[in-house]
Design a protein around this ligand. Structure first.
Ligand code: F6R
Length: 257
């Protein structure tokens, strides 16, 4: 073990999602009150889907003005136009931004969200502008993360350096195979590249909440928590040195730890 960590194990996916939504709701409520602004780092994928529903329902029950609430996404496939059903842009719009906008809390996703554009000619320029924008917004207050079965965070695949920043990356065969389920089971339909926040960009978030659910994650969790030192072979191990990272597991994901 690298050092003691903030780890909570929940009975199941539902309990984990509710607790994560409570945590983020409280942080955004306090952030908006204390600093007048909250920047929320969003992940996509299977794991956080229920969390977003829970967060929406908390905001419905306990409304706050979201005029100064901003969201920043981790990544987007490349090439991938926003209009494509499978883009992370479409996913976020469907699952979170659009329902949020409908709640009359002064949230406007045309103005308050940032997600990499997977349709640009010059990904390097896009990456630079993205990092500049995060800085202009004052950095990410709370970042939600899922973990890939190969230990990736964002799309920082094995081999990604601690100092890596936002950039165009190649997806591994195993990630494309895992994500084929979101493309009708067809690995050929999964883009070969993505634009992702770098490891360093992620670690600059003031607080990180890692959500891990399901037995298919148990093996990589065991590897992460038995690593002697952070290693680029398993990018998620870099999180072990971040001072304000909370790990939320369900019992299946924690089964081998
Ligand atoms: C998604 C992302 C990925 C996922 C990871 C886990 O924006 O950056 O790192 O968090 O692949 O995905 P799920 O939750 O589908 O197991």
């Amino acid at each position: 073990m690298i050092s003691s960590k903030s780890i909570t194990i929940f009975s199941d996916y539902e309990a984990l999602s509710i607790a994560a939504a409570d945590h983020v709701y409280q942080a955004l409520h306090d952030g908006l009150q204390e600093k007048g602004k909250f920047v929320f780092g969003c992940a996509t994928g299977g794991t956080p889907a229920r969390f977003y529903q829970q967060l929406l329902s908390l905001l419905q029950q306990h409304p706050v003005s979201l005029r100064s609430f901003f969201t920043v996404n981790l990544d987007e496939y490349y090439p991938m136009p926003q209009s494509n059903e499978q883009s992370y842009y479409s996913w976020m719009k469907r699952i979170f931004w659009h329902p949020l906008q409908q709640m009359n809390l002064s949230f406007d996703y045309e103005r308050q969200v940032l997600i990499p554009d997977g349709d640009v000619q010059d990904p390097r320029k896009e990456a630079k502008q993205y990092e500049d924008k995060i800085r202009t917004w004052g950095g990410i207050d709370v970042q939600i993360l899922g973990i890939g079965e190969n230990g990736h965070i964002g799309f920082n695949e094995p081999g990604s350096e601690r100092g890596s920043r936002m950039r165009l990356v190649s997806l591994t065969e195993s990630t494309r195979r895992t994500n084929a389920k979101f493309f009708g089971g067809d690995i050929q339909a999964v883009p070969k590249q993505a634009i992702t926040m770098g490891v360093e960009t992620i670690l600059e978030a003031k607080e990180i909440l890692v959500l891990v659910s399901g037995k298919q994650k148990a093996e990589i969790m065991k590897k992460i928590f038995s690593a002697a030192e952070p290693t680029s072979d398993i990018p998620a191990t870099y999180l072990l040195k971040h001072p304000h990272t909370h790990w939320f597991f369900d019992t299946d994901a924690a089964a081998l730890m």
